[in-house]
Design a protein around this ligand. Sequence first.
Ligand code: FAD
Length: 323
Amino acid sequence: MSKKILVFAETREGNVRKVSYECLSAAHRIAEGGEIVAAVFDSNPSQQVTSLAQYGASQVYVVSNNQLDPYTAEAYTQAFTQLLSAVQPDVILIGHTALGKDLAPRVAARLGLGLVSDVTDISVDDGEVVFTRPIYAGKAFQKKKSVENTILATIRPNNIPMQEADVHRMANQVDFAADIRDLKTTIKEIVRKAANGVDLAEAKVVVSGGRGVKSAEGFDPLRELAEVLGGAVGASRGACDAEYCDYSLQIGQTGKVVTPDLYIACGISGAIQHVAGMSNAKVIVAINKDPEAPIFKIADYGIVGDLFEVIPLLTEEFKNMLN
Ligand code: FAD
């Protein structure tokens, strides 16, 4: 049975985030000839409407209200619930990002929708949508079918490949004025932490350091390798607890979940809580001086050695290859 799918298009600094295009690909898998629409909350949406159309949305709702910038859970919840009540989609897809994780449960609770979070795969079986999601800290995967008529799902970044953009595809733009009232929160100031430019959650290459890195300066060779590969630097909780780096870099059960094409674990033992955040990487390389370290059990390639000797050699080699 064909379905109407609505994708929440998350934007950052005016650009649609990659995970929202992945949500559009997910929508294509399950629409069965139905309608795929997108919603964007931005005051200057023309570029976003064009790109969302190219990735498969036939209609883009531009939700506006001057209380939507900057993001607050309250204002977005009010606006999004109003839009969903008007559009009445069968399935709603949102990226499993900080914003998506904040917004989706509130909207689902308000509208009494079913919610499936952290979806890594999506398909249709006998007309019903099947959502795959990790359980037991990523040790197993669970397949769920929807029992509710309308279901909201958050899609884990970097899992569902983006389909090719079709530059000739166009979408209708529908303006939707949200009625937002009685907000109890106001944003006074946004303090951004300095970042190295590549978003860890969406990076194709992650070079991660653990307690074996031994100091804050010990991360320098990892940063250099990440830069050569156009990747981001991550860390184990061991490294964060030891104050070698900021907790915003932590990967794992209580940190970020990453699914890059290449994950290089340097001086990380491979505790289950760390593995929960990176085991879905396409290729895992582990560098550890202990040949018995558990990380080697999940690594595709293992290098037994001192990371301070191995990483500069790798960096040099990649520099030569990529120049
Ligand atoms: P260690 O286990 O100390 O490993 C250091 C490794 O470095 C060793 O294998 C050693 O052989 C190697 N090494 C040392 N020197 C060198 C060298 N010169 N060259 C090469 N290798 C070297 N952890 C996370 O990472 N993320 C989480 O989200 C997380 N959540 C948690 C939640 C809970 C509830 C709990 C209880 C724990 C959690 N942890 C998490 C902690 C986790 O259990 C481990 O303690 C942590 O991952 C260990 O970090 P590590 O591998 O850097 O340190």
